[in-house]
Design a protein around this ligand. Sequence first.
Ligand SMILES: Cc1cc2nc3c(=O)[nH]c(=O)nc-3n(C[C@H](O)[C@H](O)[C@H](O)COP(=O)(O)O)c2cc1C
Length: 198
Amino acid sequence: MSKVVVVYHSGYGHTRVLAEAVARGVETRPDSTALLLSVEQVALHWQQMHGADAIIFGSPTYMGCVSAQFKHFMEATSAFYLAKPWRNKLAAGFTNSGNQCGDKFNTLVQMVTFAAQHSMIWVGLDLLPGNNTRVATAQDLNRLGGSLGAMAQSNLDEGSDTAPPEADRRTAMHLGERVATLAAQMSPIQTHLSSQSG
Ligand SMILES: Cc1cc2nc3c(=O)[nH]c(=O)nc-3n(C[C@H](O)[C@H](O)[C@H](O)COP(=O)(O)O)c2cc1C
């Protein structure tokens, strides 16, 4: 049984839709559970995060980086930076922005750096880019062509009922499923690693 926490911020609901898709992806594996936490809730759930096999981070891209609320969460984890309770856990990330590019690659890079600071093991998306040939379409998985994590785009004049589009929700689901699959496969190794670390 692997436990995966999905921790996210969403100002207007679009990134929450993705977080829910990631959690659904995790739970497509019968041996995996997903705990969906908004950054406003994490203070009550640190122990569940410390006990998880994997943590997946999600933030909208605001001004080319993670949102202030997500950064607040990142900084709150400095309280246990030295103790390293997340060492060797799997980590992954997703982001959503208003523009096709929107500088959201930088948001994922911030998450990778954050995960490395906690000695986590980053899991990329493992999907070929879609939507990049004459026969490809915007309905393709990974239509925005990310590798570090799941990227999504929500038109600025659409609510979270329709944006981000289905292709991005399925891409987010894929990320959740991939992390859960790897977490299950790595479970014996993780147990070994935790018995080795002081
Ligand atoms: C303060 C702020 C800054 C934003 N900065 C960017 C940006 O740098 N790039 C971009 O493409 N969209 C940007 N957007 C648009 C959001 O990324 C987009 O509306 C997204 O869907 C919001 O997700 P949420 O509903 O989960 O908050 C910004 C929105 C806000 C409110």
